[in-house]
Ligand binder design. Structure first.
Ligand SMILES: NC(=O)c1ccc[n+]([C@@H]2O[C@H](COP(=O)([O-])OP(=O)(O)OC[C@H]3O[C@@H](n4cnc5c(N)ncnc54)[C@H](OP(=O)(O)O)[C@@H]3O)[C@@H](O)[C@H]2O)c1
Length: 335
């Protein structure tokens, strides 16, 4: 049982869902506090039937806090996590800031739960596009060792937070009305468009979002020899990221074997009936914790390649669900 849990970034796209999951999963906590920027101070949030004021994030806010779940921008996470750890709290952080630090475990509970034991106060949850891909990779990797991945993402606007969600809706309305719209979260119009850049230029023509998929995958599997070639694209979909994934394994994995491996893995749902038009899509995956897989087929261009389509709610398994699962794991590991 956690005595006091602080939800940092409680007013954001991810934070709102963390709150909902803590309630619905009956997370074992006695007291909760909601933290955000000064812009939100005083707003009321209802949790388990009681109204709580949002408090401004500051070092003293972590006095008496045992566990903090953070869903804030990177620079805010850089600042607040040490405040919390210095006061004895464990931080489960969803931002990108701490993920690649050596002393910070990067955890997906279905894949590397044991890594959480080695934390020194901070545990990171991966990037949303990484999480659904590594969950899909895990059963294939265990069975036949994945050596290479080629992935293209189709990422929803909610991946850019509340501002991203609003940009799609208001930008679409403005475009249909023939009016101008000043996009807040995107450098180009997202209504009726695709943007083949997520994040900033990082290296060798790859963006920061793409390099996250490379480095985080290698860290989670503890295998820097896995080669990942990503292309990340923002699409005009409100929620749920989709990915076209091709993996090359040490030995050939048939479609039938892969389908069974996916079906047997916790947290994966297979929907794969092309003849009847059944496959995962963003609208049908919305507000669901699972990673959905379909269009499973042999790669026609390599001997040991398998390709498939993967959809997951980026605000759920890609963020809030994974963080709450890490928090639940911590509770189990300490009892
Ligand atoms: N969206 C996704 O699909 C997704 C998936 C995985 C990981 N993540 C990561 O999760 C984090 C949150 O993402 P989001 O999509 O929820 O963003 P968001 O909707 O923009 O929410 C950001 C939250 O951080 C708070 N915040 C911003 N600046 C702050 C400050 N200076 N001090 C205190 N609180 C501050 C905001 O509070 P106010 O409302 O008061 O401004 C809000 O609660 C990001 O690091 C993101 O990369 C997001």
């Amino acid at each position: 049982m956690i005595e006091t849990l602080a939800l940092v970034g409680a007013t954001g796209a991810v934070g709102q869902i963390v709150r909902d999951l803590l309630e619905r999963r009956n997370f074992p906590l006695q007291r909760i506090k909601f933290l955000a920027s000064a812009r939100s101070a005083g707003k009321q949030i209802t949790f388990r039937g009681e109204s709580h004021p949002v408090e401004t994030l500051c070092p003293e806010a972590f006095e008496g806090v045992d566990l903090a779940i953070g869903s804030t921008p990177d620079d805010v996470a850089e600042q607040f996590a040490p405040w919390a750890v210095e006061r004895g709290a464990v931080v489960v952080d969803e931002s990108g800031f701490w993920r690649m630090h050596d002393h910070v475990p990067l955890v997906v509970p279905e894949i590397n739960p044991e890594a959480a034991r080695n934390h020194q106060g901070i545990i990171s949850s991966p990037n949303c596009s990484t999480t659904q891909m590594v969950v899909a990779m895990k059963p294939l990797h265990d069975a036949a060792r994945i050596r290479r991945v080629v992935v293209s993402t189709y990422q929803a606007t909610s991946g850019a937070g509340v501002a991203g969600e609003q940009d799609l809706e208001l930008g679409s309305r403005a475009a249909l009305a023939g009016e101008p719209y000043d996009y807040q979260a995107f450098a180009h119009p997202i209504a009726f468009n695709l943007i083949p850049q997520i994040g900033s230029h990082k290296q060798a023509g790859y963006t920061s979002e793409e390099m996250k998929m490379v480095w985080e995958t290698q860290k989670i599997f503890g295998d820097p020899s896995i080669r990942v070639c990503p292309t990340c694209v923002r699409v005009p979909v409100t929620n749920c990221h989709s990915e076209s994934i091709m993996v090359e394994t040490d030995r050939k994995v048939s479609v039938a074997e892969a389908t069974q491996l996916f079906r047997d893995f916790p947290g994966i749902t297979v929907i794969d009936d092309l003849a009847n038009g059944e496959y995962p899509m963003p609208l049908s995956s919305n507000e669901n914790d699972d990673v959905f897989i379909g269009r499973i087929r042999e790669d026609l261009s390599s001997d040991h390649g398998l390709t498939f389509w993967c959809v997951s709610d980026n605000l759920r398994k890609g963020a809030a669900t994974n963080a709450v699962q890490i928090a639940e794991l911590l509770c189990r590991q300490t009892t």
